[in-house]
Design a protein around this ligand. Sequence first.
Ligand SMILES: [Zn+2]
Length: 431
Amino acid sequence: MSQSRSHTTTVHEDVPVSLRLSRPAIDAQRLNDTLQLSCQWGATPDGGMDRLALNDDDARVRRWYIGECEKVGCQVTVDAMGNIFAVRPGKQQGPPIAMGSHLDTQPTGGRYDGILGCLAALEVLRACHEAGYETIHPLVAIVWTNEEGARFIPSMLGSAVWAGMKPVEFGHSRTDDAGVSVREELERHNFLGVTASSHEQIPLKAHFELHIEQGPILDTAAHPVAVVTGVQAFRWFEIKVKGRGSHAGTTPMHLRHNPLTAFCRMALSAEELAVRFGGLATIGRVGSLATQSTNCILDDVVFHLDIRHHDDDQLNRLEAAVRESFAKIVEETLGVRLASWEPLTASQAVQFDPLAVDCVRHACKAYPKEEIISGAGHDSVNTSKRCPTAMIFIRCKDGVSHHPSEYSTPEDIAVGGRVLLDAVCRYDSTV
Ligand SMILES: [Zn+2]
């Protein structure tokens, strides 16, 4: 419990959330109904979602969301990136405790990725409002702009600008395939806020994000919820293996300079090394710059390698081992060499805030749970640079997301909402 509070005390303050008589409670039916209602904007006939950042449907759901937050007494600020901050006052002034996620989707997205986090935040605000519950610190529900990066590259753009990792000019100047910029769309929809998009202008006490897992760990374990302790580091490379193209019928096997032979060994080796180091290695794109033909040995093979680990040092070791292995493979393959090895992108490992994570852990106590390091990026990666951050995952069917079949049960959604409420209230009464 806090040593530093100097405000007027009430009987509730040092009582665990679970013992408070007037504690707010998640209305599971309302949460699920409102989530589905919010999917009327951008719904696709196959049950999925197509609500690209800042398109007309995204603007509609954002306006609706603001209205719902205002109904429960929130003050709404939209910043210069169109990030929405709906603040519910606490007993004290000061930076609010945030519950943030995103409302934009992939073009063939589902109804839960991001949407769940925003709608659960709204349900927490509604529950607090109904119970007349006063938090010590203000609460804020945040809708981050363009998390998916499906329309404007890169992903997690709104939170990146807020965190000071990208300048606002960069954010505004991103364009979609039709050449329309983020700034133009913000202006067109009246979402170009006058408040600077900045963690200094809009500081947060902490950031909690409820999200679907987007992977199979919870579904496999048959557990509804997970404490997310951090996010993996990853690096992407484009690698070119050069050999010599020649005739398939006239070149004896032992005289071939075949880059594909080397590549096949590399693919196996990368996977073996990933397992050995406790990380991940994926070759998701493979091609050849040369023209391909059935009766030709390839001239070269170009591929993208994605390696990940929850520990930066271990990722360094994995990368070094992969480099050593690939060098050895080309050495052992006649006439083949590594022509290039270009880094494409990299992200360091994130360890979420121990106290915020602990609040989530306590909030999950009643449920069978997992502890997970997120394999995917989220807005919480950016907020973690500027304020204590933690995440909650709930189970999604077969671990599928970014697809119309993405699904979480109403029961698991209710668990997620309860854990979010409890974690935020715990944090509120602890800091
Ligand atoms: Zn998401």
